[in-house]
Ligand binder design. Sequence first.
Ligand code: ADP
Length: 282
Amino acid sequence: MKAIETINLSYTYADGTKALQNINFTVQQGENIALLGPNGAGKSTLLHHFNGLLMPTSGKVYVLEKEVTKKNIDEIRQKVGLVFQDPDDQLFARTVSQDIAFGPTNLGLSRSEIEERVKWAIEVTELQGLENKAPQNLSTGQKKRAAIAGVLAMKPEIIILDEPMANLDPRTASKILKLLLQFNKELGLTLIIATHDVDLVPLFADEICILSKGQIVTQGPPQEVFAKTDLIRSMDLRLPRITHLFEILSKRNQLLTNKQFPLTIGEARRQILELIETNSKH
Ligand code: ADP
């Protein structure tokens, strides 16, 4: 089943900015996708089409194989949770608990079901003790977690995150990512994450899609996309640091040239140990 599909999607803002041009993009259910691209590439504009926040100027958007129209927006928003880039755009209730309860309340769930979901979302995002705090008084990391908790409480099938790691300390960023990956594995949740953090991308992405000037410039598995080093650099992106290190070392040592460069510390560790073990046998 396709989670998201766009067909010839174009979007022009009221001031004439052509933010998206002929986007054909597909995500399968249960897949994790990283959306990369320089600032102004159209990432947020694209993501906002996936839950009907924006409607195409031309072309079509399908969610779980159903076309997004003005009529079915409520149904679409139950299935697709969007975590905004800026949590201040998302959090508005008087307390953290009330904010998290907002979505489930709108779904018309029973009081006990709402309470259960709020409790669960608070637990998994580790917001215990902050339930009665005003969202505006939380730290940036806490606000992000509260925004994610609100989306999780809706139990959507697809979660879209716009720069979820920005302004987070590394420990919180890695915790949030682990949590989302756990939901992907256990519940088959589909994740679409726009990010600049290329070091984190290989840790979660099955596919990378690079957007530039409102168009898709490449899409494929991380190994394939990060092998296009010139393209990556021309997009104001960079390789994961560990991959860059291997790229530099390969220029000095033949043993590394024939290998696929690792994208994560784990892969690098395996390759280094393999090389050491092979060498020590000779
Ligand atoms: P990204 O998320 O990749 O940084 P955006 O989707 O925010 O890119 O922006 C894509 C393009 O659309 C940019 O040129 C941006 O200036 C423009 N844009 C974004 N929002 C608006 C708006 N509300 N009105 C007019 N232009 C906009």
